[in-house]
Design a protein around this ligand. Structure first.
Ligand code: ZN
Length: 480
């Protein structure tokens, strides 16, 4: 891996004495990285515990940042932890079993193709140049906060032009960085408590924090996301699930912004059905266009779905593009924050790892390196495909999405149903066939009852119960 080729460079960096007055913090990192830092800076890091390939450490800031500047190829290479307990607990985390796996389908061709035709690389270029113009977006600098607020204004202006009221914005203040994050929410029209999220970090970093243009890392990802938003608004897209777009603070110092947000979502039991990260999208460094990162912090099933989307929409024609897969280092971007909180996460990247933009984390990470945003526009297309196909209705799903138990039995051509632990009434029941056609519709039902299926031919059907509290319960059943 690339990080081994950089060891020599790293060894050339003199080891210093780290007085207690320098800033120390807790983190987790790859065990190899922790050992390497320990060898080179015995005074600058304490390894608290190691479990398999991961170590909990207490580390001096300078030492930690040498890691991401000289050894790992992208991102910080460590995850910031608030205290010793959090660092050690992270080694022993048991990922919550995701009971709410979406059945991924592809059937929104008309809308998706309409949107793909609207993607315009020059809009992405404009966003990249706007962000680069701040000179730095280091999380401690005022410019970083200004850039977040300006991005909020830019996204709000796109919404204002539509007159819509189902879209809201949040500035998220953080505990461990002065920089805020930005969240835009399009409320789901039918299943608002299920979330589809696209994110990227807005901060930048270099050894000289005053000169950190961060055009590719990661103004390009924010430009990609901004163009997804613009196109969706242009077609007046109204998702059935809630869709959120996030621009994070302080990714470069240990995924700080995304970790706080993902933890909050998990703590509140929010059902994020899928998460996609855009971090570095505009440097065409490999033979293929998009590389799906496969590591322990991405989800196989979601990666496969992105590949299905690429096969379905981008195999040929105007929107043709090629893809490959690659791996990245520990904590290489914010998708890790979502995955470690039990959510499905993917990370499509600009090149194979190691062939990405060599200028990142330097003052040379400027738009002129790429010269156009055509590469990033391909990621906007994938993002549109992902959002439209995952945030549509659950109606064609064969899964039960809820923790509340929906029990269905078919007996003598009657559907006997019961929803356990539901303390509201059922507003509507729709029974759909495999072509998503409504065969039976009922309203104002009790939480248990019997529905006649006398006229239904043999086959699979889906019952979709909508409760007055806004929750939706679906289940597949067979009529013999
Ligand atoms: Zn980045």
């Amino acid at each position: 891996m690339k990080k081994l080729t950089n060891i020599l460079l790293f060894l050339l960096i003199s080891s210093g004495i780290f007085a207690q007055e320098t800033d120390w913090f807790y983190a987790t990192m790859h065990a190899e990285s922790a050992q390497m830092l320990k060898n080179n800076h015995p005074e600058g890091i304490q390894i608290l515990e190691t479990e398999e390939n991961e170590s909990a450490v207490y580390v001096a800031e300078e030492v930690a940042h040498e890691l991401h500047q000289n050894i790992v190829v992208h991102g910080p290479g460590f995850i910031f932890r608030t205290d010793k307990t959090a660092a050690i607990d992270a080694l022993h985390r048991v990922l919550p079993k995701n009971e709410n796996i979406l059945e991924f389908t592809i059937d929104q061709d008309v809308l998706v193709n309409q949107c793909l035709n609207l993607v315009n690389a020059s809009n992405i270029e404009e966003t990249i140049l706007d962000l680069q113009a701040y000179g730095t977006r280091h999380h401690t600098k005022l410019q970083a906060e200004q850039a977040v607020l300006a991005m909020k204004q830019k996204w709000e202006n796109l919404v204002a032009a539509t007159g819509r009221t189902d879209i809201s914005f949040r500035i998220v203040e953080h505990v461990n960085t002065p920089m805020p994050s930005l969240v835009m929410t399009i409320a789901g029209a039918e299943i608002p408590d299920e979330f589809v999220i696209v994110g990227g970090h807005l901060d930048s970093i270099t050894p000289d924090i005053n000169d950190a243009p961060g055009a590719d890392d990661n103004a390009s990802g924010i430009g990609t996301i901004t163009e997804i938003i613009r196109v969706l608004l242009d077609v007046n897209y109204k998702p059935k699930r809630t869709v959120e777009f996030m621009a994070y603070a302080a990714e470069e110092i240990g995924l700080v912004g995304s970790r706080e947000i993902a933890q909050e979502y998990a703590g509140q039991g929010k059902n994020v059905v899928a998460y996609v990260q855009f971090d570095m999208t505009n440097y065409n460094g490999s033979s293929n266009d998009i590389y799906i990162i496969e590591d322990e912090y991405t989800s196989n099933e979601l990666n496969l779905y992105l590949i299905e989307l690429l096969e379905h929409y981008n195999a040929s024609g105007t929107h043709a593009l090629t893809y490959g897969s690659s791996q990245c280092n520990y904590a290489c971007s914010d998708h890790a924050s979502w995955k470690e909180n039990g959510y499905l996460a993917s990370f499509p990247f600009e090149s194979a790892f190691g062939q990405h933009n060599p200028n990142i984390h330097t003052p040379n990470d400027e738009f002129s390196v790429s010269g156009s945003a055509t590469h990033a526009a391909k990621f906007t297309k994938l993002g549109l495909q992902f959002v439209i196909e995952t945030a549509k209705s659950t109606m064609m799903s064969t899964q039960d999405f809820s923790n509340t138990n929906l029990n269905l039995v078919v007996k003598d051509k009657n559907l006997i149903y019961n929803i356990d632990h539901l303390n509201s009434k059922i507003q509507s029941l729709n029974i759909l066939d495999s072509g998503a056609r409504k065969i039976i519709s009922k309203s104002n039902l009790e939480i248990s009852g019997t529905i006649s299926l006398q006229n239904l031919p043999h086959g699979f059907y889906i019952a979709v119960f909508k409760a007055t509290n806004g929750k939706t319960f679906t289940k597949k059943f067979l009529v013999k």
